[in-house]
Design a protein around this ligand. Structure first.
Ligand SMILES: Nc1ncnc2c1ncn2[C@@H]1O[C@H](COP(=O)(O)OP(=O)(O)OP(=O)(O)O)[C@@H](O)[C@H]1O
Ligand SMILES: [Mg+2]
Length: 232
């Protein structure tokens, strides 16, 4: 597993992915035979109405949900063949997740939050976390707690946390959802930088401006995923 060569080849391949939620006696088909691929160095945006299954899709790819039909291959590993332990290892070391809603741990400083993914795999290093904050111009808030920083700073800190273990894939669920134009642009520039450094980025957004940062734009609607444009 440590032999994963990041920055090369295919990062995610999804074949005939379907997902159904059961609510009471009702079955809700959210994803229907979805096919998708993202390669190293790509920045892909996904648009779609609220409730269309965007977060559901990201959670499946990001190994946060393993109840589906079809096939998902991550960094060349078919998930169906991996043990729970291996999947957890893959998620912790190679996937960075930026959640849709504020997810920093309130009782830890920004620096500690950013270092958390490394701590979890036994490689905590506040110096390295600080260097990351510095690289993105956020060192001034390193010692602050989440309740004492702005929404934009929270979202940017969450992005740096996702980057902490130098993942091959960064998944961002509406990272600019609650931000004004100025902060949204800063967050998008951050993600672009991440992408330029070699990580594949898969970003869900409601915002067409945000989608313009991507190499490819996909649209999820009625359970189906369609590639709507390929800018540039
Ligand atoms: N745990 C669950 N149990 C049952 N239904 C769920 C569950 N999670 C999501 N759903 C339903 O699945 C559908 C897709 O939800 P999802 O959160 O993936 O949408 P989304 O596209 O991310 O929406 P938004 O843009 O509002 O974040 C919705 O109809 C939602 O109500
Ligand atoms: Mg969502």
């Amino acid at each position: 597993m440590d032999k994963i060569i990041k920055g090369e080849g295919q990062i995610v391949k999804v074949e005939d992915l379907s997902k159904t939620y059961t609510q009471g006696h009702e079955q809700i088909l959210v994803l229907e035979n979805v096919n998708f691929e993202i390669k190293a160095g790509e920045f892909v945006a996904m648009l779609g109405p609220s409730g269309s299954g965007k977060s559901t899709f990201l959670n499946l790819i990001g190994l946060l949900d393993d109840c589906y039909s079809g096939a998902i291959t991550l960094f060349g590993f078919p998930l169906e063949t991996l043990s729970e332990t291996k999947k957890a290892e893959l998620r912790r070391k190679h996937v960075g997740f930026v959640f849709q809603f504020d997810s920093l741990l309130p009782e830890f400083t920004v620096l500690e939050n950013v270092d958390m993914p490394a701590r979890i795999i036994g490689k905590g290093d506040p110096g390295a976390a600080l260097a990351l904050l510095r690289r993105f111009g956020l060192e001034a808030i390193a010692q602050k707690f989440p309740m004492d920083i702005s929404g934009g700073e929270k979202q940017r800190s969450a992005i740096l946390r996702a980057l902490r273990n130098k993942p091959g894939l960064v998944i961002a669920d509406e990272p600019t959802g609650n931000l004004d134009k100025h902060n949204a642009r800063i967050v998008l520039e951050d993600l672009k930088k991440v992408n330029a450094n070699g990580a594949a980025v898969l970003m869900v957004t409601h915002n067409e401006d945000a989608a313009a940062y991507a190499d490819r734009i996909l649209h999820l609607s009625g359970g189906k995923l369609v590639e709507t444009s390929r800018p540039g």
